[in-house]
Design a binder for this molecule. Structure first.
Ligand code: HEC
Ligand code: HEC
Ligand code: HEC
Ligand code: HEC
Ligand code: HEC
Ligand code: HEC
Ligand code: HEC
Length: 381
């Protein structure tokens, strides 16, 4: 776009023509969409271009009316404003915009190639001021596939997030979020593409197995009446709802994040996993002990145990056999609220038998092995 033009939004007649053309261009742009760019809409920003740009300044810059973020805060800061983002980015969990936006460089290449560059986030990393519109605040951004390729114009919000949360050299590899959402994983929340599971009975009416969801469906403001978006929240890490990851009493609020889309009644009625209720309600196990909220490379149903609480069982086994839907056999031991739950195949008085004996008894069929937890056995599991 012609930056010269901006340089003289008002003075020289020659560039005024350019400006008129530019405005006609923007005007037609706003006509060609059902929803136009909000900042170029006279009904929303009545004082037009000059609200943000001024006629005099340094060539080659966009001659903004105020230094970068401050410009945004003129309208998106200050209590009482409907789209007050400032009061959100100071919440306990946030994008560190105030602290790090100064490291943003116009035209920078992301993901970051240098490990030593400080990590940053600014309004301009997620929004293109001239393109943002109602229902598509990140429209017009550059993005990243999460697997090697840059994207000139994103087709999904996650591609913006991957600019900084996937292959960035200044991010430890274990924090690469794109890994969990890879379509080649056994399961994942449907961000990049449709999910792999057609049996998700708990889904609320608004969702089906062919829904696509956004990062910002989970990461966002805890206050539904404040400015929406993954700017900040009282819930770490920038979650829209509460999601307890420690063992504790179940309630609609404890796991509100999941219950936003998954019916609590269905989960607690064991419609999918036959002992959901026993685990969640009676043993006070958090969803996070068993599920990874993003995805699982190796297991269906986002199964990915919290390895700080799960250990090999008494036989040294640590694995999951999920061949029968709803009744996976987990061979492991887990610690919840000071109690240990040992999951294994065993028979009566198993504790007195060595594991070679138990294999033998299985072979001869004399003592049928059952699936047991702490020697409490569940027939037909
Ligand atoms: C709400 C504030 C705002 C309004 C209103 C606004 N601009 Fe901008 N404009 C910006 C910002 C901020 C940038 C810097 C680009 C960016 O990062 O979004 C910019 C960049 C530009 C550029 C440089 C090229 C580019 O897109 O990066 C031109 C030219 C421009 N604006 C012209 C206009 C014209 C003409 C209007 C009126 C039709 C206008 N702007 C209205 C904020 C605004
Ligand atoms: C002159 C006031 C003004 C300035 C300055 C301003 N905005 Fe806005 N912005 C608005 C208005 C008005 C809306 C539409 C709000 C509505 O419809 O309720 C809006 C909407 C948005 C939206 C969401 C699109 C939508 O309509 O839902 C984003 C994202 C946004 N602004 C980002 C920015 C960023 C980033 C900056 C700084 C570069 C900025 N704004 C500067 C007034 C402003
Ligand atoms: C990490 C990326 C990111 C950063 C940084 C960011 N935003 Fe946003 N913002 C978003 C996303 C994503 C949405 C849309 C969420 C949705 O679809 O519900 C959004 C929405 C908005 C909205 C619309 C809110 C509403 O209620 O409709 C405004 C206004 C806005 N952002 C302004 C800003 C300003 C100003 C800054 C800098 C202080 C900023 N954003 C920084 C990602 C970001
Ligand atoms: C320009 C870079 C950038 C972009 C783009 C970006 N982020 Fe971030 N994000 C950060 C930085 C920097 C932090 C602070 C922690 C860190 O360094 O990872 C952060 C933190 C977060 C956190 C909190 C993590 C924690 O451990 O507390 C979440 C959640 C998050 N971002 C989600 C998103 C989502 C969702 C998007 C896309 C809408 C997005 N981010 C886009 C830079 C970015
Ligand atoms: C003890 C481990 C464990 C805990 C704790 C747990 N789940 Fe599960 N969940 C499973 C297993 C195992 C399956 C899959 C059963 C199968 O088909 O093999 C499953 C399946 C699911 C499914 C997919 C099918 C459906 O019901 O729609 C959802 C959604 C789900 N769990 C949500 C939750 C939520 C929400 C919580 C916390 C409130 C939770 N789970 C707690 C183990 C657990
Ligand atoms: C279904 C809800 C959900 C979706 C969708 C989702 N997240 Fe998360 N995310 C979570 C939860 C819950 C946590 C905290 C997990 C934990 O600590 O066990 C988390 C953690 C994070 C963290 C911090 C992790 C760390 O290693 O520090 C980042 C960053 C993040 N998510 C980014 C994203 C991005 C980017 C997307 C989209 C590509 C996304 N999330 C989609 C629920 C979600
Ligand atoms: C924004 C809506 C949304 C939220 C919030 C959400 N989910 Fe989901 N979830 C979905 C959708 C849509 C599917 C269906 C994907 C499919 O068919 O594979 C799904 C599928 C699942 C599955 C089955 C995945 C598979 O491929 O086997 C599990 C398990 C699950 N969710 C657990 C959770 C947990 C735990 C939380 C809370 C941390 C949560 N979900 C929050 C929308 C959501």
């Amino acid at each position: 776009m012609n930056r010269e033009c901006l340089h003289s939004l008002f003075p020289a007649p020659y560039t005024l023509i350019h400006c008129t053309l530019l405005m006609v261009f923007f005007f037609s742009l706003s006509l060609s969409y059902a929803v136009g760019p909000s900042h170029l809409d006279k009904n929303k920003v009545s004082t037009g271009c000059a609200t943000c740009h001024k006629g005099h300044g340094t060539r080659g810059t966009t001659l903004l009316e105020s230094p970068k973020d401050n410009l945004c805060f003129k309208c998106h800061g200050g209590a009482g404003k409907a789209k007050d983002v400032y009061s959100v980015i100071v919440k306990p969990s946030n994008h560190p915009i105030i602290q790090t936006s100064r490291y943003h460089v116009t035209g920078e290449t992301l993901p970051e190639r240098e490990g030593s560059v400080p990590r940053h986030a600014s309004c301009y990393d997620c929004h293109t001021t001239h393109r943002s519109e109602k229902g598509n605040a990140v429209k017009g951004m550059k993005g990243y596939t999460g697997r090697g390729a840059g994207i000139k114009q994103i087709s999904g919000e996650y591609q913006v997030c991957y600019n900084c949360h996937s292959d960035s050299a200044n991010l430890p590899p274990e924090k690469n979020i794109a890994t969990a959402f890879s379509p080649s994983n056994a399961s994942y929340h449907p961000i990049e593409t449709y999910g792999k599971n057609s049996f998700v009975p708990s889904l609320k009416r608004e969702y089906t197995a062919s829904s696509i969801i956004k990062c910002s469906d989970c990461h966002g403001n805890d206050d539904p009446s404040g400015a929406q978006g993954p700017h900040g929240s009282i819930y770490v890490p920038i979650l829209r709802d509460r999601y307890e990851r420690e063992a504790g009493l179940e309630s609609p609020s404890t796991y509100a994040l999941c219950y936003r889309c998954h019916n609590r009644t269905s989960i607690l009625n064991n419609e999918s996993f036959k002992t959901h209720k026993e685990h969640i309600v009676f043993n006070q196990t958090s969803c996070a002990f068993c599920h990874n909220a993003h995805g699982s490379a190796t297991h269906r149903n986002l199964l990915n145990f919290d390895m700080s609480l799960v250990f090999p069982n008494n036989k040294g086994e640590l694995s999951v056999m999920a061949s029968v839907p709803g009744k996976p056999r987990c061979f492991l031991s887990c610690h919840v609220k000071g109690k240990t739950f040992d999951h294994m195949l065993s028979g009566p008085n198993m504790s007195k038998m060595s594991s070679s004996q138990s294999l033998q008894s299985r072979a001869t069929g004399s003592r049928p092995l059952q699936y047991c937890v702490n020697n409490r056995c569940v027939p037909n599991w």
